[in-house]
Design a protein around this ligand. Structure first.
Ligand SMILES: *Cc1c(COP(=O)(O)O)cnc(C)c1O
Length: 487
């Protein structure tokens, strides 16, 4: 993959200049033309006015904001082809197009990449991203836990899909649904809002002195509350630190608790899942352990536009409960979408009946292309380079008197792809992120840690070359821009 790096490295600047941004803004068109401007003029406008004002996260390796990822050359090539042929993957029509079968092959290979048995995850689908996948997880979980509660309470079958939440809860004898988690990504609360559970149903049951890990006493106390149905959502990994919530033993314990109390076990593994691609070795033993036991979950959220390095937008969702998914997402009463199942293919569920969208883009093709182009070995190497860079940056920060690595006393073996840190000089720390980003050769994102500003490097690009990137980072951290006047 590295041989292709030159393909993208035609700039070292991470951000557009203020002049490029100002120029683009001055050229934006917001009044619909009567007679159109024509293809050529619009192409020229986009290339010369707008493109220079885009961020360059996909053009350089030294962009470390927000776990954006980039796009591998194979995925970029395939995305162009997907658009060129404008394939929709709504219904499986085996006589019309191979597209849905390609999607299913891509999903099977994704399972294999992260060491999950495709047969165990029959409800698998590409989504617009991890937020959408979390919505799927809570929607399926909500249906499941009420069915389990109704059965346990001796009532007949219930269906949120048909009856709606209040009626299904009443029939199941449940007066509260909660999502039990620790340091969740913000999108989990958004997902709870969308599926009608509400943000306030998301309860943090993390330990006081290690907030990213479950307090099992608090978890079990919440699960055993009478009249309550629960979804357990595991953060894999935490967005500020990259820390993993669970060990393999923890996963077994959560599985056992979920079975005991009729709860649904969901893992938000947007970027943590790719740790399963890393080699099993001493250097990665903490990371190996952090993603062990994931096969015990009912559902898993993954992001492909992050560490898989395919274009926006692309997430995925795996669940063990296909029949349940069909109940929730069935696109009822659309006879014109019914499918004549041919004997030439095995049964692949039509995506419209197991996911949010009806019409949907062929986001599977870039995944199919990148997985077949680079294989398990290519991705293992890519993840290995990313973790090595994050650890090299963390080591440098730790050894520098000007910076401190966070959280305190964090051993390097804990570092996955994120290095969280701050400047020791509080004055410098105040606008450290702006100063670093003003160099335009390195980009970090800001956050809060222990109530004070902090910055974070999130390594997520397939292009990373450890020594080259480390040299740039050191240079920037040794000389963050003195002034932020021209920001
Ligand atoms: C990024 C992220 C999300 C949201 O993903 P989108 O693709 O932006 O919707 C959810 N959960 C975790 C843990 C994430 O890192």
């Amino acid at each position: 993959m590295n041989a292709e790096a030159q393909f993208f490295q035609n700039t070292t600047e991470v951000l557009p200049s203020p002049q490029d941004l100002a120029h683009a803004r001055s050229q934006l068109i917001s009044t619909l033309p009567g007679p159109g401007n024509g293809l050529e003029r619009v192409r020229e406008h986009i290339q010369t006015d707008l493109v220079p004002a885009f961020d360059r996260h996909n053009k350089v390796a030294n962009y470390y904001g927000f776990v954006t990822g980039g796009t591998t050359p194979a995925s970029l090539m395939a995305d162009h082809i997907a658009v060129d042929h404008d394939q929709s993957t709504m219904v499986h029509l085996p006589k019309d197009s191979i597209a849905v079968e390609v999607e299913d092959c891509a999903l099977q290979m994704l399972c294999q990449l992260v060491d999950l048995e495709p047969e165990q995850w029959p409800h698998r689908i590409f989504t617009t991203g991890a937020t959408a996948s979390n919505i799927l997880g809570l929607a399926c979980g909500r249906e499941y836990v009420l069915k389990r509660a109704a059965a346990a309470n001796g009532y007949g079958d219930v269906s949120v899909a048909d009856d709606g939440l209040p009626e299904a809860m009443r029939k199941a004898g449940i007066n509260k649904i909660q999502v039990l988690t620790e340091m969740p990504h913000s999108s989990l609360r958004k997902a709870a809002s969308v599926v009608g559970l509400g943000r306030s149903c998301v309860l943090d049951v993390g330990l006081t002195d290690a907030a990213h890990r479950f307090d099992f006493e608090a978890l079990e106390a919440a699960l055993s509350e009478p009249g309550t149905a629960s979804i357990v959502s595991i953060s894999c990994a935490e967005i500020n630190t990259g820390f993993f919530a669970t060990s393999g033993d923890d996963m077994q314990r959560i599985r056992q608790l979920c079975d005991q109390y009729g709860a649904w076990m969901h893992v938000d593994a947007a970027f943590g899942l790719m740790a399963r691609v890393l080699p099993q070795c001493d250097a990665y033993s903490i990371l190996n352990e952090g993603v062990r036991g994931m096969e015990l979950a009912d559902s898993i959220t993954g992001d492909a536009h992050k560490l898989l390095n395919v274009p926006y937008d692309c997430g995925f969702f795996f669940s063990k409960h296909l029949a349940l998914a069909t109940e929730v997402f069935q696109n009822n009463n659309a006879a014109y979408l019914s499918v004549a199942t041919g004997s030439e293919t095995r049964a692949i569920p039509s995506p419209l009946n197991i996911g949010i969208e009806n019409s949907r883009r062929f986001r599977a093709l870039p995944v199919y292309a990148t997985l077949t182009a680079y294989g398990r070995d290519g991705y293992r190497d890519m993840m290995d380079r990313q973790v090595k860079l994050a650890r090299a940056i963390a080591s440098y920060i730790e050894s520098s008197p000007d910076y401190e690595l966070l959280p305190k006393d964090n051993p390097i073996e804990n570092v996955y792809i994120i290095a969280l840190f701050r400047a020791t000089d509080p004055k410098l720390n105040e606008d450290l992120v702006q100063r670093i980003n003003a160099t335009r050769t390195t980009y970090v994102s800001g956050t809060q840690w222990d109530g004070r500003p902090a910055a974070r490097f999130a390594v997520a690009s397939w292009q990373v070359q450890v020594e080259r990137e480390l040299a740039t980072v050191k240079e920037v951290l040794e000389n963050p821009r003195a002034t932020t006047e021209d920001l």
